[in-house]
Design a protein around this ligand. Structure first.
Ligand SMILES: [Zn+2]
Length: 199
C-alpha cells in the first residue's frame, strides 16, 4: 500500500496594520498567514500544489478566507501571497524522480558505448549473455589471444535475462574453454546470438 495525499504547511505570517475589519469595524491590524500545499508519497513532498491563506483580525480574532475579505484586505493578502516563495523542498520527490530517470538514461547510454569497446577488445573475465535455447545463460571469457577468444560455458540457465546475475558465479562455469576467432566473436553479437557483455 502506498501512502499518498496532500498536506498544507505554514509558510509565512505577516502583520499588516491600518485596515478596517469587516467584522468589528475597527481600523486595526490583521495577521495574514500563507500555507503551501504539496502532494506527498510516504511523507516525501513530491511537488507543490496551491498556496492558500487567511487573515485574522488582531482585535476581534475573526478569520477570513480570501473571498470574504474586503477589497483593501484582499489586496494586501494577494501581495503577501505572491511574495511568499514555495520552498524548494516541496519539489524534493520530483527532483529525485528526475535524477533517477536521468541517471538511468546516462547509465544505459554508457553501457551501450562500453559494449562496443568490450566486443572489439575482449578481456579475460568478460561475461557474455546469450540465449542458447528457451532460456538465458552466460559465457565467461577465459583468455584472449591475438586471434581467438576462449569461452567457458555456464552450466546453468535461467528464464529471464535480467536475472542472469544470479547464475554468474565462478563455480558454475565449466573448466574447459572452447575457442572462437575474434571475428566470429564479433559476428555472434552482430547476429544477436550473443546479446550483451558485461565487464
Ligand atoms: Zn475585527
Amino acid at each position: 500500500m502506498i501512502f499518498y495525499g496532500t498536506k498544507g504547511v505554514h509558510l509565512k505570517s505577516e502583520r499588516i496594520s491600518g485596515v478596517k475589519c469587516n467584522h468589528c469595524e475597527q481600523q486595526t491590524s490583521h495577521t495574514i498567514s500563507i500555507y503551501g500545499k504539496y502532494f506527498y508519497i510516504y511523507w516525501i513532498p513530491i511537488f507543490p500544489l496551491s498556496k492558500k491563506g487567511f487573515s485574522e483580525c488582531d482585535n476581534c480574532k475573526v478569520t477570513l478566507e480570501p473571498k470574504q475579505m474586503s477589497e483593501q484586505l484582499r489586496l494586501k493578502y494577494d501581495n503577501i501571497k505572491r511574495e511568499t516563495k514555495t520552498p524548494i523542498t516541496h519539489w524534493a520527490g520530483l527532483a529525485i524522480i528526475v535524477l533517477i530517470i536521468a541517471y538511468a538514461f546516462y547509465a544505459s547510454g554508457k553501457h551501450d558505448k562500453d559494449v562496443v569497446t568490450f566486443i572489439e577488445n575482449p578481456q579475460k573475465g568478460d561475461v557474455v549473455e546469450y540465449k542458447p535455447n528457451d532460456y538465458y545463460s552466460t559465457l565467461k571469457v577465459a583468455s584472449v589471444t591475438n586471434d581467438s577468444v576462449f569461452l567457458l560455458r555456464n552450466k546453468y540457465e535461467i528464464q529471464r535475462q535480467s536475472k542472469l546475475y544470479k547464475i554468474d558465479k565462478t563455480k558454475n562455469y565449466s573448466e574447459s574453454p572452447y575457442g572462437v576467432s575474434r571475428t566470429e566473436y564479433k559476428e555472434l553479437f552482430d547476429k544477436k546470438e550473443f546479446l550483451d557483455v558485461d565487464r
